[in-house]
Write a protein that binds this ligand. Sequence first.
Ligand code: ADP
Length: 485
Amino acid sequence: MKRVLFVTSEVYPVIKTGGLADVSASLPEALSRQDCDIQIILPGYPAALEAARTAGSRRKARLSIGQYHVTLWRTRLPGTAVSLWLVDCPALFDRPGNPYQNEEGQDWWDNAHRYQLFCRVAAMMASGQLGLGWAPDIVHCNDWQSALVPVFLDHLPNRPGTVFTIHNLAYQGLFSQETFRAMGLPDSLWRFERLEFHDQLSFIKGGLVYADRITTVSPTYAREIQTPEFGYGLDGLLRYRSDRLSGILNGIDTRIWNPSDDRYLDFHYGPDSLSNKSQCKARLQQQLGLEVNGAPLFGSIGRLVEQKGIDWLLAVIPPLLEKGCQFAILGSGEARYTDPLRTLAREHPEQVSLTVGYDEPLAHRITAGADMFLMPSRFEPCGLNQMFSLRYGTIPVVHAVGGLKDTVVDPGQAAGTRATGFCFERPNEDAFLHAIDRALEYYSNRKQWRHLQRNGMAGDYSWKYRAREYLALYQSILTEQCKRN
Ligand code: ADP
């Protein structure tokens, strides 16, 4: 049985800012059911320590790293049998706000120190230095917050294999040279083929340069990030390491996201009982103060940031309002998007609903109650919402990039038979609106629409097969190590 340490800065339901948290819960859970002893390590944020108190926890180690005192707690990920280790260091992690930012939405000034310490403890645990009686064969790191782990392990003999997964290349963990010096990292790391990136310290380069394997969360994104358009200046390095780079599509937790027994819904349905989906729609319209009628209802959930193409969404709303369409929008993010959305909601209360904030029950109700789900992301490493929507018979309209391209099949691609949604290629609002118009045409033909819905609902979006791809990847590293030794 393979032992894997999964290093992550967020995990659902303990602490979540985005898709990384979903994946950090559901992938380990799926792996634990497939001959894998996988354990998760997470910073001891207040919410995490609180969850540990509720679930029961044991203190497993105490250590000092520089000026910092650390306690390592062991608990379980709520609702699973997966072990969860918490790096409790009050000086760095006992803070309000989200993991990375204060309540005003500014990055914590000492994020480099916070995540360096987290990486150090994870590397010590991974190399068996903490005497815990458990050490992994593989360390699986995720995004920049855990990207120094492969660096710290690199020089050790008999070290575990390392995987680094890019969930979003746009977030790289860049810090000044002074910060690099203050962190006490060896001078030898300040080179462009190591951690230096245009005169800055780049955490993510730790993963990209030092990990045995690099993965991204969809095959298309793995190809895209090797181009200047999507590579954020790292495309050269990624091309250089392309023989170590692959894409494995994310799955979703099909127990939490299941329209036939979703705990947040008043009405349940499946591919053969879609009439209850209309009840979900009516209930949602009622709850959001939208007019309860048969008008096409578009859903949108997520971070309101440039990546998600919110400017294109803003551009298509007015012409669609003229056609009588409705919008249920849930998200949080930048004022340049929330302000105009608020104005639209105020001016058209019966057609536009905006909820600013994080609201999980509402996310489920919108996914179930909407007819179509809009995801015009400029780039999308994988995206989860389109898969939730497909499973809920809610037709996605997406920009054909990254994981959106890998999960949504346009009628134009599949001669109509396997189609599940609508894609647009050109990165602009006209192309987006054209795709929505095509969707509306389908919507007016009930039989065609049902066909699309059933196709989407029949898809397998679970982790079962995707987790096996990770197992095969882990095995390939271990086989390579065996040959080397
Ligand atoms: P990203 O990680 O780029 O934010 P993903 O589509 O991969 O995007 O994952 C986003 C996750 O966060 C999904 O589970 C989505 O439903 C959830 N989510 C995002 N914003 C909100 C919100 N305001 N309320 C509830 N859930 C949200």
